[in-house]
Design a protein around this ligand. Structure first.
Ligand SMILES: NC(=O)c1ccc[n+]([C@@H]2O[C@H](COP(=O)([O-])OP(=O)(O)OC[C@H]3O[C@@H](n4cnc5c(N)ncnc54)[C@H](O)[C@@H]3O)[C@@H](O)[C@H]2O)c1
Length: 323
């Protein structure tokens, strides 16, 4: 499958490397910073361009690696040009944008997946299997901790980070959404959120660097979430799922507890998981089946992030309704 990458920044560079180890070809790199596009393209023998039209006539799929608020528009443009689309997280920063993208996907019938590579991480897939198989019994609660650290220079470096208009949020919208997406994947449909956010360890940003929430799910299960970019020196995502017959925990990117088994396995890097999501996307596009992570999944996690912000702002619980 022939790919174009749109956005040759930090994650676009990762996507190019992932593609080089797959049965896929990177044929074009697009970035408004043409020099950046050219540099990345040259490494992989691809073409470079400053806009999508100029370079991607012969590609089958487009990977959107742009700043978050630009995701839906770029994805919609690619869909109407007949391409399959893999879009980085978050799907976009508003539900209106996510819904426009969902409508475009439905109209074009092309494959769209939202990156949530941690769903493919080995300890996570084992926990999900245990949840689905009923091994843990009735799921009663889940806790995710995304206790990261980003220095002030992270926000100062690029114009869009830490802005409401383009990042759309901070520690939760940008980093913690990975962990939140796991909680929602395990526990099901969130129905209400009670949250607090703070800006404690960074300046000149418009967004939170700490967010905490309790989330009630349709099943009755209760989830706890912490997302931070102010937790020095930062730790890998920790996920605990509790049921009335068992518990499962991922810590330090390894399965550390799974009731009923002593085979907990090795550390599992997220780069391997990102590759696994690419494989799923390519297979889904070729087979005409839905990808493992759909736009509806991306929308649900985004809706939960936005409910956290609304609850923190309003100082009261917020109910979630699905489209
Ligand atoms: N899945 C993950 O683990 C992961 C990790 C990092 C970033 N991301 C996501 O990837 C996205 C990009 O993040 P990043 O860190 O690579 O950002 P970045 O700032 O490093 O790169 C963004 C690139 O987009 C280019 N760009 C901006 N506007 C453009 C436009 N209109 N057309 C073409 N190019 C344009 C910029 O010149 C820049 O090269 C974000 O949404 C972020 O949330 C995901």
């Amino acid at each position: 499958m022939r790919f174009a990458i749109v956005g040759a920044g930090a994650i676009g560079t990762v996507h190019a490397r992932l593609l080089s180890s797959l049965d896929a070809e990177l044929v074009a790199v697009v970035d408004t910073d043409l020099e950046r596009a050219q540099q990345l393209a040259d490494q992989y023998g691809a073409r470079a361009g400053a806009d999508m039209d100029s370079v991607y006539s012969d590609v089958d799929a487009v990977s959107i690696c742009l700043p978050s608020a630009l995701h839906a528009d770029a994805a919609i443009e690619a869909l109407y040009a007949g391409k399959h689309v893999l879009v980085e997280k978050p799907v976009d920063i508003t539900l209106a944008a996510a819904d426009r993208l969902i409508a475009a996907q439905q109209e074009t019938g092309r494959t769209v997946s939202v990156i949530s590579q941690r769903r493919f991480q080995e300890p996570v897939t084992r926990i999900k299997q245990a949840v689905d198989a009923g091994t843990l019994g009735r799921i009663t609660s889940g806790i995710v901790e995304s206790a990261f650290y980003r220095p002030q220079s992270y926000y100062d470096g690029d114009g869009w980070r830490g802005t409401l208009a383009i990042d759309g949020g901070g520690a939760l919208m940008n980093q913690g959404i990975h962990a939140l997406d796991l909680l929602v994947w395990m526990l099901g449909r969130p129905i209400s959120v009670s949250a607090q956010t703070g800006q404690l360890a960074h300046e000149n940003i418009e967004v939170e660097d700490v967010a905490a929430a309790t989330i009630t799910f349709e099943s009755g299960a209760i989830g706890l979430l912490l997302a931070s970019t102010a937790a020095y020196p930062g730790r890998p995502v920790r996920l605990s799922i509790h049921g009335d017959r068992g518990t499962a925990v991922m810590d330090d990117d390894r399965l550390t507890v799974l009731t009923g088994t002593d085979e907990l396995g090795e550390q599992s890097p997220t780069s391997v998981a990102h590759l696994a999501q690419y494989r799923d996307f390519i297979a889904a596009a070729q087979e005409g089946r839905p990808p493992a992570v759909t736009l509806a999944d991306g929308r649900r996690s985004l809706a939960t992030v936005l409910a956290v912000y609304e609850s923190a702002r309003a100082g009261r619980p917020v109910e979630l309704k699905e489209a």
